[in-house]
Design a protein around this ligand. Structure first.
Ligand SMILES: Cc1ncc(COP(=O)(O)O)c(C=O)c1O
Length: 272
């Protein structure tokens, strides 16, 4: 008999289709897999060389659950360089992909019946992670008429005393939408006033084209009273989906809670 929790959760449709295409490929079927967000280039050679070196140097033992200090320092300076936002190394946890970062944060912050705003169309995993935690996803619908973007009015109307957080994807999978600086600023005013947590999934933030001036929500971290959590990782920007390397950056007490959860589940990411 499965747990009640499983009545609330459905299998990842993207993973199901991906598994199906892997099986069909094994049978020799010529098929293109458009289900998962898989870059069409390979992991860079310098990363492959570094990984081989790590194995040869026996860097193969348990590390800090939250990730080795050198890596968290490197991530901290990279966030500064790429997105002009400051998170100290102890405000960062390294995770098995951005997916685990988002899961950790949801488990750390969302109580039973807490509402989490999710602009849709969205990556289906958001809805299921909220369900697993016992929270209630509240969909903020967007469509082509508003360029798949939520408006400040829509956001304000959706916030209730039960709203604990918004789970925000910018750039968006699946729509490809990216908010401009002005649009983000208009939304941050409402978010600051509301006091809810802002979970900002920016895993596609390095894959922005046409000279678009991409602004990370993380630059508003202080303005948002330190309620912002940034999710990022190597999967998409460096074509490292199979390596499983992501991170969350946010307030120390929240990151420490993630460390506790991860310490009882997967521990550190692969040392390689
Ligand atoms: C919007 C979004 N966030 C997060 C992820 C997860 O990335 P990772 O492979 O780092 O877990 C994906 C993967 O498809 C995604 O599309």
């Amino acid at each position: 008999m499965l747990s009640d929790r499983m009545k609330r959760v459905t299998e990842s449709a993207t993973m199901k289709i991906a598994a199906e295409t892997i099986l069909l490929k094994r049978q020799g079927v010529d098929i293109i897999n458009l289900s998962v967000g898989e870059p069409d280039f390979n992991s860079p050679d310098f990363l492959k060389a570094a990984a081989k070196k790590a194995i040869d140097e026996n860097k193969t033992q348990y590390t800090l659950t939250r990730g080795i200090t050198e890596l968290r320092e490197a991530i901290s300076s990279r966030i500064k360089e790429d997105f002009n936002a400051h998170f100290s190394p102890d405000e960062i946890i390294v995770t098995n992909g951005a997916k685990q970062a988002i899961f950790n944060i949801i488990l750390a912050i969302i109580n039973h019946d807490d509402e989490v705003l999710v602009p849709t169309p969205c990556w289906p995993t958001y809805i299921e992670l909220i369900h697993i935690a016992g929270g209630v996803p509240v969909r903020l619908k967007t469509d082509v008429s508003n360029d798949f973007k939520i408006t400040p009015t829509q956001l304000k109307a959706a916030i209730t005393p039960k709203t604990k957080a918004i789970l925000f994807s910018n750039p968006s999978n699946p729509t490809g939408m990216v908010y401009s600086k002005d649009e983000l600023e208009a939304l941050t005013k409402i978010l600051k006033e509301s006091g809810i947590y802002i979970f900002s999934d920016e895993i596609y933030g390095k894959l922005v084209y046409d000279n678009f001036d991409y602004v990370s929500l993380a630059v508003y971290r202080e303005f948002l009273n330190n309620k912002l959590i940034l999710f990022q990782g190597a999967s998409k920007a460096y074509a490292m989906t199979g390596w499983r390397l992501g991170f969350a950056a946010g307030p120390k007490e929240v990151i420490n809670a993630c460390n506790t959860i991860q310490g009882h589940s997967t521990s550190n990411v692969s040392t390689i």
